[in-house]
Write a new protein. Structure first.
Length: 257
């Protein structure tokens, strides 16, 4: 029985319908669309589009945000990543992952929103996000450094890298519910020139689980996707490590997202 975290069966069921897959393709092409914008691209009724969007949201494949009087729809790639990690990666050849990375590089959103349900407590999840050593378990071996005070620095390092990989400032702290910080990537000139973006971690207790929402915004339109392309792998690894104690061996690199 599905309770409060996303089931693989729901994801497969949602993806089984071609219209719902096309809706995901539309959000992949342009994230953060309104119902009206999506409706205009399909030869079905407004109610039909709403029904498909509701099922996608229930499966965790999209998230929604209110902006004024409008409701925006965002693609959430984390459940697809979880399916990949459990069922696909063990069979896939390396070149398949390469094709997936190529598709990701074509995406140029200004804001990305990711949502995942993890069976844990807010305190344990907060610790995993902010602890130097735990962070290495799910973020490509990278470590996080900060004294976790508003106005203080937050840095991303890696034992195998000679220099700092990312640098930012803590904007908001509300343990164990919310963390907001800026970040500039420093592992290469191509990402450094993108400048600062903002990352918001939000934790909400839902029965015996936590809903973790990560919003990465203030991204330059058409910017380098290295800044955000690793989030599905990171959050998939975070869920796996907290719930099972295992470290996912997913494709990764010395990058921070």
């Amino acid at each position: 029985m599905v309770t409060y975290y996303r089931a693989v069966d729901e994801v497969f069921k949602a993806l089984a319908d071609p219209t719902r897959r096309e809706l995901l393709d539309e959000l992949f092409r342009e994230d953060g669309q309104t119902l009206g914008a999506l409706e205009a691209r399909f030869d079905i009724t407004r109610f039909g589009v709403m029904k498909h969007l509701k099922q996608l949201e229930e499966a965790g494949l999209i998230t929604t945000r209110k902006r004024g009087r409008e409701k925006l729809h965002f693609l959430n790639a984390v459940p697809i990543r979880l399916v990949h990690d459990r069922w696909v990666s063990k069979y896939a050849e390396p070149w398949v992952a390469g094709l997936s990375d190529l598709k990701t590089r074509l995406e140029t959103p200004m804001e990305k929103i990711y949502e995942i349900y993890i069976k844990t407590t807010p305190e344990r999840l907060w610790e995993a996000i902010t602890d130097r050593e735990i962070r290495t378990k799910f973020q490509f071996g990278n470590q996080v450094e900060s004294d976790w005070q508003v106005g203080s620095y937050i840095r991303i390092t890696n034992p195998g890298a000679p220099d700092i990989l990312g640098d930012g400032e803590i904007l908001e702290m509300d343990p164990p519910r919310k963390l907001v910080h800026t970040m500039i990537a420093l592992w290469g000139d191509d990402v450094k020139e993108e400048g600062y973006s903002r990352i918001t971690w939000e934790i909400e207790q839902v029965a015996d689980s936590c809903r973790l929402t990560v919003t990465h915004d203030q991204l330059r339109e058409g910017g380098n996707d290295q800044l955000y392309g690793g989030w599905p792998m990171i959050l998939s690894g975070l869920k796996t490590w907290i719930e099972t104690g295992e470290v996912l061996t997913t494709p990764g690199s010395l990058m921070y997202t």
